[in-house]
Ligand binder design. Structure first.
Ligand code: BGC
Length: 255
């Protein structure tokens, strides 16, 4: 395997998606593969699913980047909002690499998506304060100032109407509560306006599966700051995970 082609895996609360990414271009070398995230999403069950997903990449044996839906510090999961609570304190890199036999480098999933969009997508060459917001089972955020990431921001957990914002405005809530685009669009607008009051961002980028449907809710958004869907749409997390692993490898091997 050439060193610039790296397997990136985006671990989500409902599915895990992986693709080999050319880190020089941010393009997927082959189609993404997906496995369901086991329920309950315990470390052991998820490690098994992770190994199965790696196997679906025809004997891939290199480093793997992993975007993970929690606060991640030094490879360890420190929170567990949409995964099993037993993840708290578990070393993601260790348990996943033991399961698949490849070195794994883990970072927060939204941070991974942000890394991809700042390098190749909607945030490319953007200075100032840029916030990428991934909307899925939860709400993840990645904050950049002049292109530099402040990791693990967790702005999906600010309070809106006395509840954690992701329980009010994540895209999973739209499905669960059967909200129309107008109803959910109103909620996401409230969230984005609140974020704007706190951060005064220069650009907001929407990631996650629902970024594909941006045209259905863009008219409900009233922020001063421009809002745009991620250019790599739902693949940003996969691409960013691969970029993250490449960065870690470069640090370790000076490649
Ligand atoms: C988690 C974040 C994660 C986001 C998106 C939230 O519930 O706390 O760490 O980035 O979901 O998966």
């Amino acid at each position: 395997m050439q060193e610039h082609k790296i397997l990136g895996i985006d671990v989500g609360a409902s599915g895990m998606k992986g693709a080999i990414v050319d880190v020089r271009t941010g393009k997927l070398v082959a189609d993404r593969q997906r496995v369901d995230t086991p329920k309950p999403a315990t470390p052991e069950a998820m490690a098994g699913a992770f190994a199965k997903l790696v196997e679906m990449h025809d004997g891939y044996k290199g480093a793997i980047g992993c975007g993970f839906p929690s606060v991640v510090k030094k490879g360890v999961s420190l929170t567990a909002s949409n995964i099993d609570k037993s993840w708290i304190g578990v070393n993601i890199e260790q348990i996943f690499s033991e399961a698949c036999g490849c070195p794994v480098f883990a970072t927060n999933d939204a941070d991974a998506a942000g890394i991809a969009e700042m390098k190749f997508g909607a945030g490319k060459d953007k200075k100032g304060t840029v916030l990428l917001i991934t909307l899925g089972s939860g709400i993840g955020t990645a904050l950049f100032l002049d292109g530099k990431l402040a990791p693990n921001t967790e702005f999906g957990h600010i309070l809106l109407h006395n509840m954690i914002a992701e329980r009010y405005a994540a895209s999973s809530v739209k499905e669960k509560e059967g909200l129309s685009w107008k109803e959910w669009g109103g909620r996401i607008n409230e969230y984005l306006c609140y974020i704007e009051r706190i951060l005064s961002p220069d650009l907001l980028i929407i990631g996650g599966g629902i970024s594909r449907d941006f045209e259905n809710y863009r008219r409900f958004i009233t922020t001063e700051a421009p809002v745009t869907p991620a250019q790599s749409l739902n693949a940003a997390g996969t691409v960013g995970a691969a970029l993250y692993a490449y960065k870690c490898l470069k640090k370790l091997q000076k490649i």
